[in-house]
Design a protein around this ligand. Structure first.
Ligand code: NAD
Ligand code: SER
Length: 317
């Protein structure tokens, strides 16, 4: 069988940087081509090939796939929830057309696998707030959520109709120290660490009691790779899998941070992102992912907070 060669689209983003580095460890540096519209993230420099690529340019994307002998695509380019509400048309266009371009090329070139992330943003105010199940009422109110829900069904359609092996996870909010988040409603849970280290205080754009599902980046990267490496017959959900890590409110993460930064204080000034957060579930039931391909998280709030400070402490001195 042909050795896999992977194209990561959106490799300079919050997930892309860490996923590219993890894939390079597994598949070899030269077998993972990083690509993005913006310049290469400094953390990727010297670790493997990089091409400048706009996922909206289907012809150029197709040329790269053929030229580089690509067999798998990880599509991470998207506009996230908060930025999406500022420009709904652009968010819909990128999130949908980017996916359709990749799925079409995967079909034509008979790629081995495609990865495309969905989000907890598919859920809306009518979905259960606690332990939101895999299958439930799904009525998203953001353009981002609508695009993710439509995207899930495009993935299912390309799998059922054309046999494209496309796999997907509904990520919760992701917390990381290597690369910055890109315009989501859960970004506060990353910003708070930087402000705690720099100023010992943080002004949060969500209310103190806003519980949201979250996951630490090492768990998210492992979930992604475990899903992609699972035998095809174990992947029973071809829309997108619920996955869960932890759930906390701004007040709770503030209390946890105080254990590491005595004197840290948090204040609250909710803005337009509050309505987005209020529409999402507070916690997620991921029992289907656990049963189908053995998902299990490693990091809870305390372990994640400690690891964030251990690592940010090293980079910020
Ligand atoms: P990000 O905004 O940090 O990164 C996206 C990257 O895509 C950026 O580097 C951007 O330059 C690039 N990009 C934008 N338009 C492009 C184009 N036309 N062509 C090529 N590249 C382009 O986003 P992220 O947080 O890394 O998210 C990656 C994926 O995971 C997205 O689909 C997002 O919806 C999903 N997701 C993220 C989270 C999270 O908390 N970060 C949660 C749920 C789902
Ligand atoms: N973290 C993402 C956001 O807030 C969830 O998809 O948009």
């Amino acid at each position: 069988m042909q050795k896999d060669k992977i194209l990561v689209i959106g490799a300079s983003g919050q997930i892309g940087v860490e996923l590219t580095l993890a894939l390079r460890k597994i598949y070899g540096n030269n077998n993972v081509v990083a690509s993005d519209l913006r310049e290469q993230n400094p953390l990727l420099e010297g670790t493997g090939p990089y091409v400048s690529l706009d996922v909206m340019n289907k012809e150029m994307l197709h040329v790269q796939v053929i030229r580089q002998n690509i067999t798998q695509i990880y599509l991470l380019a998207a506009i996230l929830s908060a930025t999406g509400e500022k420009n709904p048309g652009l968010a819909w266009h990128l999130n949908m057309q980017g996916l359709l371009n990749v799925l079409d090329i995967a079909k034509e070139e008979k790629l081995h696998k495609v990865y495309w992330p969905s989000s907890i943003a598919v859920f809306g105010p009518t979905s259960p707030k606690q332990n939101c199940p895999q299958q439930t009422i799904i009525e998203p109110i953001t353009v981002y959520g609508i695009s993710k829900y439509a995207g899930e069904f495009w993935c299912n359609y390309y799998f059922q109709r054309f046999g494209v092996d496309v796999r997907s996870l509904r990520y919760p909010g992701l917390i990381s120290y290597k690369s910055a988040p890109g315009g989501g409603t859960t970004d506060y849970a990353v910003e708070i660490f930087h402000d705690a280290l720099e100023d010992k205080k943080y002004e949060c754009f969500l209310r103190e009691d806003t519980y949201l599902p979250m996951m630490y980046m090492p768990d998210a990267i492992r979930a992604t790779i475990e899903l992609m490496e699972a035998p095809a017959e174990k992947i029973k959900v071809r829309t997108s899998y619920n996955v869960s890590g932890m759930s906390f409110s701004p007040k709770e993460i503030g209390e946890e941070i105080k254990q590491h930064i005595p004197g840290f204080s948090i204040s609250y000034k909710p803005d337009y992102r509050q309505a987005i957060a209020d529409s999402w579930p507070q916690s997620i039931d991921d029992s289907v992912a656990r049963k189908d391909w053995g998902w299990k998280e490693e990091f809870d709030l305390a372990a994640m907070t400690k690891d964030m400070f251990d690592n940010l402490g090293k980079t910020k001195g």
